[in-house]
Design a protein around this ligand. Structure first.
Ligand SMILES: C/C(=C\C(=O)SCCNC(=O)CCNC(=O)[C@H](O)C(C)(C)COP(=O)(O)OP(=O)(O)OC[C@H]1O[C@@H](n2cnc3c(N)ncnc32)[C@H](O)[C@@H]1OP(=O)(O)O)CC(=O)O
Length: 262
């Protein structure tokens, strides 16, 4: 029997801590509770000298469905939305001195793509699907841009941010959103192979190599994320954001203004 209060499971073996998003009922949506536990799991893995690498995994069919739109809908009553914490999570992954690898066995949407892009390595199943759905919800991929844009070609970013269209694992690998896309039955072997390589590295050298990869530096990232969190909050609180989130909760198409001609 698993406790509903545990949204991120932690297991450590052979130098690798696996943080498993475990909220399948809402497709591992980025609720405040899940993000709090993810931040705690990351901090513990960083502090543990026995840990050389971190894997972000998931239970259920979906890697991550992005911002928790039901929590957001409920928060409208208080005139605010829980948008800021995602920036802290992305910064914690991006700045983590230990390599982080995302194991993506199923779909990821919007904020979930921020997690994948923040990770140093990401391996997905060919059948996994991806989409920057934000504009269809009336918001923009603001916070996640801090990690996604350094990975993507500007042309791919423009196409995918503006259309919200769904793409598969092979395309995700082509455009650099993931490191590799493999048949689903080879996913665990591929993840294990990368982890075996990662744990062979000297811990200090791994941290130093990550710092090189993160230039121009973490101060800029933090400042960028603070600004982007405010932008994101503004969109979630806008008329379009409220309509998109409400339409999601009511399981109906969003009604944008002005409406399209028939
Ligand atoms: C970070 C920033 C922005 C965002 O992240 S906006 C979030 C955008 N997210 C989405 O558009 C994803 C919405 N979800 C889906 O498209 C699908 O659920 C899925 C991920 C493709 C999975 O499909 P599947 O058929 O497997 O599951 P269901 O659709 O039947 O959903 C099951 C269950 O889960 C609930 N749920 C799904 N996604 C969310 C979510 N994001 N938040 C809350 N709840 C979610 C869904 O409502 C169902 O619940 P029921 O009670 O069973 O109805 C902005 C920035 O970067 O700044």
């Amino acid at each position: 029997m698993t406790s509903p209060d545990v949204l991120v499971r932690v297991a450590t073996a052979r130098g690798v801590t696996t943080l498993t998003l475990d909220s399948p009922h809402n497709r591992n949506a980025l609720s405040t509770g899940l993000m709090t536990q993810l931040l705690a799991g990351l901090a513990d893995a960083v502090a543990d000298e026995a840990v050389r690498a971190i894997v972000l995994d998931h239970t259920g069919p979906v890697f991550c469905s992005g911002a928790d739109l039901k929590e957001t809908a409920a928060a409208y009553a208080s005139g605010t939305v829980p948008a800021g914490m995602l920036g802290d999570v992305l910064a914690a992954i991006w700045e983590c001195p230990k390599p982080v690898l995302a194991r993506v066995g199923g779909p990821a949407r919007a904020g979930g793509l921020g997690l994948i892009a923040a990770a140093d390595l990401a391996v997905c199943a060919d059948e996994a699907t991806f989409a920057f759905t934000e504009v269809r919800i009336g918001v923009i991929p603001a916070v996640i841009s801090a990690t996604v844009l350094p990975r993507l070609h500007p042309r791919a970013a423009a196409e995918l941010y503006l259309t919200g269209d769904t793409f598969d694992g092979r395309r995700a690998a082509e455009i650099g959103l993931v490191t590799a896309s493999v048949p689903a039955d080879g996913l665990d072997d591929a993840v294990r192979g990368y982890c075996d390589s990662l744990v062979r590295g000297a811990p200090g050298a791994l941290a130093g190599a990550k710092e090189l990869l993160r230039r121009p530096g973490t101060a800029e990232l933090r400042a960028d994320l603070a600004r982007l969190s405010a932008v994101s909050t503004g969109y979630f609180l806008s008329d379009e954001g409220r309509e998109g989130v409400t339409a999601f909760r009511e399981r109906r198409p969003a009604r944008w203004v002005p409406a399209l001609d028939d």
